[in-house]
Design a protein around this ligand. Structure first.
Ligand code: C2E
Ligand code: MG
Ligand code: MG
Length: 608
């Protein structure tokens, strides 16, 4: 019989041990608490828990945390190997709840932790009381449940972590530009949004730099898209050199990059000076020669810079501000493009008002045809003897609110907005009308019409031109089409196809403003062209001493070589004409001969 004290002592051990099971959801931590307490309360020399579900029994686990063998205190490898073997033979003995092996003065107790493993208690000298062993039995059920709960919890955490990692990877990938591995527009907008929010509190001024590579299409069209891709990758790598921690570099379009630079300074003028330095560094990085498979070439970029935060924008939501900051940097970048490219420009109020004017122009252009605000002027083209050969149709616009607006200003807006399609058809109609009213006239071989890129690539362009000629019974030789190099570069295959079709139908295509834009020679031989108009910038002040004469003479030689007609535009004085008159030029155009004139003045000129 046991005394009451003994019974209370057993209950207290049982209670204390049970209270220490399942105190933590981390298996090792939970076992640490429980097993340390068992070690103490049961006067053990070691306690080991072996997880049979996961323990590779043929292998010897190395430490208590490695291999699902949990030992307190640490045991030697040989010792553990022996224990594993003994535990294994005990585990497969069937229904036995516990067994004891005594070696010299050491007693080992193997207790089954149901559906989990084996708990091994080691005690020197005295044996553990059978009653205590029996009292441990319900504990083992709880221990098993707790161990399994911990494992499930850990597996769940692992699963959640793996899922989270996969999701993060997916998000990261959706934020990356696959070609350069830089951020994409989405990621850039997010980073700008974050920076913007913090810059309101820190008052630190940041900047964005939008860079668009100049004439990148020439590389794509002449060297192929694979080389184009390589160039983009090289530029992306180089631009990374300008990044500091916290900055973001993104590719936001075919050849468009944007750099977000954070925390330049709290002082506006210092921030501007720093931004200028960065812009110069970016330009220098891009400018160093690129070598791809032995092709060495140089490239440049137009950069628009916008500083933030802007006080005036604080009425807008943060997201709206992000859009405005980017749009304004783009405006600054476009201003650089228009002003001869390769440089940088800050967004400023002037650009703001020019964009407001653009909006006004677009608004009034929409109703210009129905309000009868357009008029076509004609500028004669003359032979070397001054006789009129043909004319160029040049559009004029006069609006009540805006006054006279030049085509250099409104045509790009019409092009951008798509209004050029209707305007172009209207111009063509006017040209057909005048041609049909002057009839076949020896003095007027043709009138040329400027066709903008958007008009030219429109699928219906050639057919609507031919049908207009048909309606007015006009010979296809009487209307010529002027396209700029921009059309060719943007869509080389389509341009060739359309030019061929026009040629087959008897319509001559002229390449306008030749030499002003792209490296023209690279594609010239591919085009079914009949005429080239040399850009007027080469004609200004031309004489034997000017540098331009070398360019003009070479273009004339090329025209001879390819059997192309050569026309010069912008002849303004007798000196320029004197130089050009000795050259193999088919027609001359310029203020020296005639300015663009209204329809009736032109008809009168033809009649005399
Ligand atoms: P463009 O096709 O190169 O037209 C020649 C421009 O040079 C005309 O400017 C003409 O007035 C000007 N010009 C001619 N001779 C001289 C000269 O001796 N000195 C100077 N300084 N300028 C001269 P304009 O009429 O202002 O037209 C500008 C541009 O607008 C045109 O350049 C053309 O690209 C575009 N454009 C004009 N009308 C139309 C049109 O109906 N449709 C399209 N798509 N574009 C048009
Ligand atoms: Mg023209
Ligand atoms: Mg021209």
């Amino acid at each position: 019989m046991y005394s009451t004290d003994r019974a209370l002592q057993i209950i207290s051990i049982q209670h204390e041990l049970v209270m220490n099971i399942g105190l933590d959801l981390k298996l090792e931590k939970m076992l640490n608490t429980f097993m340390q307490r068992a070690l103490q309360r049961l006067s053990l020399s070691s306690v080991v828990l072996m997880d049979f579900n996961q323990c590779e029994l043929t292998e010897t686990p190395k430490t208590h945390s490695d291999g699902n063998l949990y030992c307190y205190p640490q045991l030697s490898s040989d010792y553990k190997r022996k224990l594993v073997e003994d535990a294994k033979s005990f585990y497969y003995q069937g229904e036995v709840a516990y067994s004891c092996i005594s070696k010299q003065s050491c007693h080992y107790y193997f207790l089954k932790v149901p559906q989990f493993g084996v708990l091994i208690l080691e005690r020197y000298a005295t044996e553990i009381d059978e009653v205590i062993l029996a009292a441990l039995e319900p504990l083992l059920i709880k221990l098993s449940a707790s161990c399994k709960a911990c494992q499930e919890h850990q597996n769940l955490i692992k699963e959640i972590e793996a899922r989270k990692f996969a999701e993060e990877l997916l998000i990261e990938q959706s934020m990356l530009d696959p070609l350069t591995n830089l951020a994409n527009r989405k990621k850039f907008n997010l980073d700008l949004l974050k920076t913007l929010s913090s810059s309101f509190t820190t008052k630190n001024i940041g900047a964005i730099f939008i860079l668009d590579l100049d004439r990148f299409k020439v590389i794509n069209n002449t060297l192929g898209h694979a080389v184009g891709d390589d160039v983009i990758k090289i530029v992306g790598k180089r631009l990374q050199e300008c990044m500091r921690p916290g900055d973001t570099l993104a590719r936001i379009g075919g050849d468009e990059f944007v750099l977000l630079v954070v925390e330049l300074s709290v002082d506006y003028s210092i921030a501007i000076e720093k931004a200028k330095k960065i812009a110069k560094k970016l330009a220098a990085l891009i400018a160093s020669p690129i070598n791809i498979d032995g092709n060495i070439f140089s490239i440049s970029a137009s950069t628009g810079i916008n500083m933030f935060p802007v006080e005036a924008d604080s009425v807008l939501s943060a997201r709206q501000q992000v859009d405005v900051i980017v749009q304004n940097a783009e405006k600054a970048m476009n201003a650089v493009k228009q002003a001869n490219r390769n440089g940088y420009s800050f967004y400023n109020k002037q650009l703001q008002s020019s964009s407001e004017r653009k909006t006004q122009i677009e608004k009034y252009l929409k109703t210009a045809i129905q309000n009868d605000e357009f008029e076509v002027y004609y500028q004669p083209l003359v032979a070397v003897d001054g006789k009129v050969l043909g004319a160029e149709a040049l559009l004029r616009w006069s609006n009540q609110s805006l006054g006279r607006v030049g085509p250099d200003e409104f045509i790009p807006i019409a092009e951008e907005s798509g209004l050029i399609l209707d305007i172009g058809s209207w111009v063509l109609e006017q040209v057909c009308q005048i041609l049909s009213s002057v009839g076949s006239n020896d003095a007027l071989k043709y009138i040329s019409v400027n066709v903008s890129p958007r008009q030219f690539i429109h699928h219906n362009f050639v057919d609507s031109l031919l049908s207009a000629l048909n309606r007015y019974c006009i010979n296809s030789r009487q209307v010529r089409v002027e396209v700029t190099e921009g059309v060719v570069i943007d869509n080389i295959d389509l341009t060739i196809q359309k030019m061929k079709y026009l040629k087959d139908k008897g319509v001559v295509t002229m390449l306008d403003d030749f030499g002003s834009g792209y490296s023209s020679l690279s594609y010239l031989h591919q085009l079914p062209l009949q005429t080239i108009k040399i850009d007027r910038s080469f004609i200004t002040d031309i004489d034997q001493t000017s540098k331009n004469h070398v360019i003009v003479d070479s273009i004339i030689d090329i025209c001879e070589h390819f059997s192309l007609e050569c026309i010069v535009e912008g002849v303004e004085n007798s000196d320029e004409f004197a130089y050009l008159a000795t050259k193999n030029i088919t027609a001359y155009q310029g203020y020296y001969f005639h300015r663009p004139m209204p329809k009736y003045d032109f008809i009168t000129l033809l009649e005399h």
